[in-house]
Design a protein around this ligand. Structure first.
Ligand SMILES: [Fe+2]
Length: 184
């Protein structure tokens, strides 16, 4: 009995030596790595946007994107912790330089909406992969993440509508800026 137990423990250790309850498919681990990179890139991009607005005295937008940047880093961190909890190691990738060259607020908000959509698409792909490999732990982990992501898309779509309506008019942009400054 002792021998069997010892053998079982040896069989279920991850690359860093942590105990593994259920092995993960290699493709799923890599998809999670790519998703972590996507969240970290979004965080860097939102920080760049926060600075872009701060340099133009739009402190509400700057505050909003600084908060978004922090949240994306928290998402990346939560995925990293999940990978570690599953007994795997986390391989961090190099990030591309964030875009700091923008011509209009409408372009910025449209681009950020697309970023949010890309994040949701990545989550859906991971979800399908997890289902295909009967990895219920991963789908359970992803459920609240996807729910939050859908709320984010909804908010960015609302922001696109507001900014489009403002049509780059300074007074209207300042009203939106004021609304964003009151978000905690
Ligand atoms: Fe995120």
């Amino acid at each position: 009995m002792d021998q069997i137990t010892r053998k079982a423990i040896e069989l279920n250790k991850g690359p860093a030596g942590r105990a593994i309850a259920q092995p993960m498919e290699e493709s799923l681990i890599h998809a999670l790595y790519e998703h972590i990179t996507l969240e970290r890139s979004a965080s860097a991009q939102y920080l760049a946007l926060s600075l872009w607005f701060a340099e133009r005295e739009l402190r509400g937008f700057a505050k909003f994107f600084e908060k978004e940047s922090r949240e994306e880093m928290e998402h990346a961190s939560s995925f990293c912790k999940y990978v570690v909890a599953r007994g795997q190691t986390v391989v961090l990738d190099q990030l591309e330089k964030p875009n700091q060259d923008y011509v209009s607020i409408q372009d910025i908000i449209s681009e950020t909406f697309q970023m949010e959509v890309d994040v949701t698409t990545s989550l859906q792909q991971i979800y399908s992969m997890a289902e295909r490999s009967n990895d219920a732990r991963t789908t359970v982990f992803l459920d609240p993440v996807i729910e939050d992501q859908i709320k984010s898309e909804d908010y960015f779509a609302y922001l696109i509508g507001k900014v489009k309506f403002a049509n780059e008019n300074s007074s209207s942009i300042l009203i939106i800026d004021n609304e964003l400054s009151s978000i905690n």
